[in-house]
Ligand binder design. Structure first.
Ligand code: DC
Length: 241
C-alpha cells in the first residue's frame, strides 16, 4: 500500500460534515467511526449503545415489549447521556446517571437488543436525540439506520460489510477476552439472529442508502479501511458529493 499521510491542516480544512456508518453487526463500524472522529476532531456517537442501554433498563424493570403503554412509560423514565471519560479517552454511555458502558456489551443484552430496537416508540425516542446531537455537524455516528433515517442528507454515508466468518471470529475474540466460557456457536447464532431481525423489522430496517459508499473490509486491515474512509471524508469536506 502506498504511504498515507494527511496533515492536521488537511483534516481541519473545508466544511463540517456528517459522516454516517451503517452495516451488519460486528463489521468494525465503531472502530472506524472512532478513528475518523479522532482524526477530524469530530464527535463520535455509538447509536447502538443507546439501544443497548434502553434494553438494559427494560430488562431490569421487566418491561413487557408487547405492551405499548409500558414501553412508553419506561421511555419517559430513561435519561441517556454520553459522558467523556478522560481515563479511557472515550465517551461512555450513562443510563440515568449510571455508567453502563461495560454491562451493555454483555451477550445477555445482545440477545434482547434487536427486539427492543424494532419497537417504533423506542426508535422515535432514540432518533430524536441522535438528530439533536448532529445539529451542528462535525459528527460521526454509527448504527443501522443512520444514513437512511437519522441523517438522510449526510454528506458522507458509508455502508460496511464483511464475510460472516470473519465477523463471527472478530466478535468471538472480543467477547472471549471478557468471558472465556463463551462459545463460537453462541456468538455465531447471536450475530445471525441480530442481522436477521435488524434487516427484516418493519420500522427503519438495516438497508444500504442509495447514495452510500460500500466498504467491504473482509480483506482490509484496520489501517487500510481507515485510509480509504478518510480519503472519502476529506473529499466530501471539500464539497465534492
Ligand atoms: O451496533 P451494536 O451492535 O451495538 O447495536 C446493537 C443493536 O442495536 C443492533 O443489533 C441493532 C440495534 N441498532 C439499531 O437498530 N439501530 C441503530 N442505529 C443502532 C443499533
Amino acid at each position: 500500500m502506498r504511504p498515507f499521510f494527511v496533515s492536521f491542516a488537511a483534516c481541519m480544512a473545508g466544511r463540517k460534515i456528517i459522516i454516517t456508518i451503517d452495516g451488519w453487526s460486528s463489521c468494525g463500524k465503531s472502530t472506524l467511526a472512532k478513528q475518523l472522529a479522532r482524526e477530524l476532531g469530530y464527535v463520535y456517537v455509538d447509536s447502538g449503545a443507546m439501544y443497548r442501554a434502553i434494553t438494559l433498563y427494560f430488562i431490569r424493570n421487566n418491561v413487557d415489549l408487547d405492551k405499548k403503554k409500558e414501553v412508553e412509560e419506561a421511555l419517559r423514565n430513561i435519561n441517556l447521556e454520553f459522558v467523556f471519560n478522560p481515563q479511557t479517552q472515550r465517551s461512555e454511555m450513562f443510563l440515568n446517571g449510571e455508567n453502563v458502558e461495560y454491562v451493555i456489551r454483555d451477550l445477555l443484552i445482545a440477545e434482547k437488543v434487536s427486539d427492543v430496537a424494532a419497537i417504533r416508540e423506542v426508535r422515535e425516542f432514540a432518533v430524536a436525540q441522535q438528530q439533536k446531537m448532529g445539529a451542528k455537524k462535525g459528527i460521526v455516528m454509527d448504527g443501522r439506520d443512520i444514513g437512511t433515517v437519522v441523517f438522510p442528507d449526510a454528506e458522507l454515508k458509508i455502508f460496511m460489510t464483511a464475510d460472516n466468518a470473519v465477523r463471527v471470529e472478530r466478535r468471538f475474540r472480543e467477547l472471549f477476552a471478557k468471558n472465556p466460557n463463551i462459545t463460537i456457536e453462541e456468538v455465531k447464532n447471536n450475530l445471525e439472529m441480530r442481522d436477521y431481525i435488524d434487516s427484516h423489522r418493519e420500522v427503519s430496517p438495516l438497508r444500504k442508502a442509495a447514495d452510500a459508499l460500500e466498504l467491504d473490509n473482509t480483506r482490509l486491515s484496520e489501517e487500510q479501511q481507515f485510509h480509504k474512509a478518510l480519503e472519502w471524508a476529506l473529499e466530501r469536506k471539500k464539497g465534492k458529493k
